[in-house]
Design a protein around this ligand. Sequence first.
Ligand code: 3NM
Length: 211
Amino acid sequence: MDSRLYVITGHAFSKGRGLEEVISAALRGGADCIQLREKDFSGRELLEAGHLLRRLTREAGARLIINDRIDVARAVDADGVHLGQDDLPIEVAREMLGPGKIVGISTHNVEEALAAERAGADYIGLGPMKPTKTKLDTEPVVGPSGVLAVRQAVQVPIVAIGGITAADTAEIIRNGANAVAVISAVVGATDVEAAAREIRGIVDRERGNRA
Ligand code: 3NM
C-alpha cells in the first residue's frame, strides 16, 4: 500500500464544513488515501458518507479505506479497511473482504508491528507520534524516534499517525515512515487544500531524498 498522504475524516474537527468540501480540497492538495472514520455515525450515515467518498476518491485516483467496518467497506466497494488492535483479526477481515483488498492495522510498538506483519497486514498505522487532542484514548507516545525502531524491525509500509503537522513530517519520513496520516492538520486547517499540498510536498521531497 504505497500511499504518501493519508487523510482521515473527522467532521468534529472540520470547522463546520461538509465532508464533500473538505475531502475534495484534501484530494486536490495531494491526499492519495482517504479513511472514513466517524465514530458517532450510524451505519446508515457511514454508508452515505462512504458512497460519497468512493465517488470523490475514484475521480481523484485515490484510495478509500474504511475504519473498522468491513460491512461498510464491502457495501461501498472501498479499497480496504483499517483495523484496531481489538477489532476482528487481519485474516478474518481479509477473508470477508475478498481478494485484492487492503487491510491495515493500528500499532504502537515493535511487538505489535511484528505481529501485524506476520499476520499479513498491507500496512501498519504507527502512533501516536505526538500527544493529540483528536483521539483521547491513545497509547503512550511512540514519537518520530519510534519510527526508526519499527522500520528496523519490519518491511511492511509504515503510516505514521497522531499529532502530526507539516513541521514534523520531514523527520518522520526520514526515520523510515512511508506516509503520514493526519486528521486535524488537514481537515481542521483554514485552507485544507494548501495544508494538504504542503504536507504532501514534504513527503515527496523526503522520499525522494531517501537513500
Ligand atoms: N489514531 P490528528 S492517533 C485516529 O495513535 C488516530 O493510533 C492514532 O488525529 C493512533 O492527526 C489518531 O488530528 C488521531 O492527531 C489522529
